[in-house]
Every structure is written in structure tokens, then in C-alpha cells.
Design a protein around this ligand. Sequence first.
Ligand code: SF4
Length: 285
Amino acid sequence: MAADIKQLEKKYVGKEVEFRLLRFAPDKDRAPYFQSFRIKLSQGMTVLDALMRIKETQDPTLSYRKSCRMGICGSCAMQVNGFPKLTCQTQVTELNTDKPIEVRPLANFPILRDLVPDLRNFLKAHESIKPYVIREDAEELDHPTGEFYQSPKELEKYLQFAYCIKCGACLAACPTNATDHEFLGPQALAAAYRYVADSRDQGLEQRLEAVDGPNGIFRCHYAGACSEACPKGVDPSLGIQLLKREILKYRVGAAHKKPAPLAVTPKGLKRREGIPLPPEKTVGQ
Ligand code: SF4
């Protein structure tokens, strides 16, 4: 393995590579255009590193988003050679360096400037599905008497969907989003399933209002491109299909989500004075 990496470095370090970057300054350009830059590759260089090098050494006006540089924040997602990718996780040596490497802002989003997409509608869609646990027992929320129990099996039902970093790559890959900009999109729909599948949640009815409209969940044709594009291993198309099932179950009246029980007080547990103990019996039994 170490030998392979050494071979790659020998082949690529110092090689001059062309990057074709989409440029667009709405205050002065009538339309987006491509501009080419040539840089020498250095060891372990990612596409984001290349953009940073270009900005530092050739054009300080180049605009793009980045933050963590370790695949966690999701802000550096862009189209690299036509595919949505986290640029901080894409090694230049993974690409064909004999041809120009093309970098554009994420597809299916308006462009704010150069490589920066406008994510406002995307974030609004996420907000619209109420991305938080909804409970009916307001009294318990205001004056908690214990924790809500969740078994490892219950956690498994939604865990992979909780790994979403809201990078937008799935929307850039989605053919429905490409033709219907009002479509809620795979991220918001998978996030809705993440909460519906959470045993502590009681917000199914409220979320249905958000996801089951004319531009909602049933516009998804199950192309599966979102799941291929996701850099975090989330499978939004699976979440969407499972959410469709929950909706159909709800419509035929077969689903009756029970509230998650409060954790049973372990025998002999004593709390600090003034804080009431949770009941010995689980609520909802
Ligand atoms: S589901 Fe995956 S691709 Fe879509 S926003 Fe979340 S992390 Fe990004």
C-alpha cells in the first residue's frame, strides 16, 4: 500500500494540470463562462486544495465555499467532471489529469457567484419537514421527569439518515430536482423519514402536511441517483421509499405510533433533592 502511494506520488507530484472553472459574477457577467488555470500538483492534493492554490497564487477573486476540509461540514460540494462531490475528499489523482478537470457549482441550484450555489430553498425545504423530535406530552417536555428510552434496534431504524451533513450533492444528482425546482428533494424527504422512524417522535401527521404536497414525496421516481451521489453513505432513496410506506400505512389507518415510554427508574436510584424521580412504571403501557 505504502509502495503504491509512493508510485502515485512519483507519477503526479509536480505534474502540471489544467482546471476549467466556471466563473460568474452576477454584477458584471451576462452569463457564466469557463476560465482555465494551470497548477502543479503537490502531494495529497485534493480538488479543494487546487482551488485554494489557484485563489492564493493566480486569482484572489475566485469564490467557493469551504469550512472544515475533512468531509464533515458539507460546504465544499461542487460538480467535479460532471459529478457532485465533496471537493475536500476528492484527490486530484483519482481523476484523469491528462484532460482539464472541470469544476462547477452544484447542479440544480441557482449560482450566487463562481462556484457558490444558492442553497436557500434547499435549507427552507429541510426546515419545512420539522427536523426535530415532536412530542405531544408538552408537560413532560417542559418539566422532564426522565429520559425517553430508545433501544439499539430502534436507533438502527434511522441512524444512517442522521449522518446527513446537508451538502446538497443528492439534489444536484436528482433528475426530478433538475426539472422541478419546487420539489422538496431527497435530503429533506430522507430527513423527514429520519424523524418519522424515530421511536421518540410523534410528529408523523405534522410532517405529512409538509411532504405529501404536489411537489412532495410522490414526485420521486426512484432513480436512485441521490444515493449514489451521497458522500456520507446515506441512502436517501431508501428513506423516501420507506416514508412512502409510512404515508400509505397512515392513509389506510394501519399505523398508530405509540409514544416512546419514559425510561424506567432503576431500583434504588436516588436523585438530588428537589428533583422528582421518574415513575417506576413506563408511561404508555
Ligand atoms: S443525504 Fe447525503 S448527499 Fe444529500 S445532503 Fe445529506 S449528506 Fe449530502
